[in-house]
Design a protein around this ligand. Structure first.
Ligand SMILES: [Mn+2]
Length: 316
C-alpha cells in the first residue's frame, strides 16, 4: 500500500467498523494524500424532490460491499498507486446557498492546494458550483465531463440563479469551465422548450443526448476525453442512470442507461486528467433497496480507479 488505504476486508469484515467511504481512514491531514473523498450534504438547490443532504451518509454505507483493492475492468491495483482518505463532510448552512457555497469551496480549496484530487458526494447538483470554484482557483478553467439526464444549463428556476438546474450555466459565466473542451452526456426526458439543448450548445458545449449516446457508445466518451485535452472535472449525476437501477434520486427520467451501460461509459473516461469529480443527487429516503447508494459508491470507486490508472505503478 502506498499510503492511506482501506481497512483489510480479510482481517475485519466489510460490515464492521465505522462507515467511512471504502473504510478508508477519516482524516483531514493531507500530507501525501492523492485522493480525498468529501461529503457535500447540501440540498437547498433542488427543483423537485429534496433529501440529497443525506446522500453522503448513504454512499459511505453503500461503499461497504465493494472489494476496494483491485479493479478488474481497468486492471489496476488502486492502493499500490495512490493514497486515499475520507475527508469527512464539508460544512454547509442548510437553506442558505451562498454561504454554503463559500464553506464548501473553502474546504475543497484546502484539498486542491494540498495537491490532492477531491471526489465529492452530493448533495444535489448545485454543489457543483462550489466544487468548480475550488477547482478553478487552483487549476484555472477546467473541462467538464458531465453524465446527467439533464444539462443543468437553464438560466433560472422560480427567478433564482443558483439551483441544481442552472449550475452548469453559472459555472460557464464565472469562467470556471471551458465549454469548448466540455461534453454533456445523457440528456433525455421532456424539456421546457425546443431550444433547451440548443442553448447549451450555444454556450459552447458538446451535448450528446442519451438517445445518441446509446447508439454511439464508449467511442463518444473517448472522443470527449480527447476533446477535454487537459485538466478536467468529472461530474456524475446518478439520474444519468435509468430509475429502474437508481430510483433514489430527485428528478428521475425514465428510459436511460442500465447500471451496466453507465459503468461501461464511465470506464471509457480512462486517460482523462481528473483534477476533481463528484457523484450527486442520491436521495436515501427514496432508495429503499439501497441500490442507488450502492451504485453511487461504485461510480465513486470507478472514478478513483480512473485516477489510479493515470498514476505511476508503485507495485514492487
Ligand atoms: Mn444534474
Amino acid at each position: 500500500m502506498k499510503g492511506y488505504g482501506p481497512a483489510d476486508p480479510l482481517q475485519t469484515p466489510r460490515f464492521a467498523g465505522i462507515s467511512t467511504f471504502l473504510r478508508l481512514p477519516h482524516t483531514t491531514h493531507l500530507d501525501g494524500v492523492d485522493v480525498a473523498f468529501v461529503g457535500l450534504p447540501f440540498d437547498t438547490g433542488v427543483s423537485f424532490r429534496a433529501g440529497a443532504r443525506f446522500g453522503p451518509k448513504a454512499i459511505r454505507e453503500g461503499s461497504l460491499s465493494i472489494r476496494p483493492d483491485y479493479n478488474m475492468a481497468q486492471r489496476v491495483a488502486l492502493f499500490e498507486r495512490l493514497s486515499a482518505i475520507d475527508y469527512g463532510d464539508a460544512p454547509v448552512v442548510p437553506g442558505f446557498t451562498d454561504r454554503s457555497y463559500d464553506k464548501m469551496a473553502a474546504a475543497l480549496c484546502t484539498v486542491h492546494e494540498a495537491g490532492a484530487v477531491p471526489i465529492g458526494f452530493g448533495g444535489d447538483h448545485s454543489v457543483l458550483l462550489a466544487e468548480l470554484r475550488a477547482a478553478a482557483a487552483t487549476h484555472g478553467p477546467v473541462a467538464l465531463i458531465q453524465f446527467d439526464a439533464h444539462s443543468d444549463t437553464w438560466d433560472e428556476y422560480f427567478g433564482e440563479k443558483f439551483t441544481h438546474g442552472t449550475v452548469v450555466r453559472r459555472a460557464t459565466e464565472e469562467g470556471l469551465i471551458d465549454a469548448a473542451r466540455s461534453t454533456l452526456m445523457g440528456m433525455r426526458g421532456g424539456l421546457y422548450g425546443p431550444g433547451d439543448l440548443d442553448d447549451a450548445r450555444a454556450l459552447g458545449f458538446t451535448v450528446i443526448p442519451w438517445d445518441d449516446l446509446a447508439q454511439l457508445g464508449t467511442g463518444a466518451v473517448a472522443a470527449a476525453v480527447e476533446r477535454a485535452g487537459g485538466k478536467a472535472f468529472l461530474t456524475f449525476d446518478i439520474d444519468f442512470v435509468d430509475p429502474a437501477f437508481a430510483p433514489g434520486t430527485g428528478t428521475p427520467e425514465c428510459g436511460g442507461p442500465s447500471s451496466m451501460q453507465a459503468l461501461a461509459l464511465l470506464r471509457a473516461c480512462r486517460g482523462l486528467h481528473i483534477v476533481g469529480a463528484d457523484v450527486v443527487e442520491v436521495l436515501p429516503d427514496l432508495d429503499s433497496s439501497h441500490l442507488t447508494a450502492t451504485l453511487a459508491a461504485t461510480v465513486a470507486w470507478e472514478i478513483l480507479s480512473l485516477v489510479a490508472v493515470t498514476m505511476p505503478d508503485g507495485a514492487v
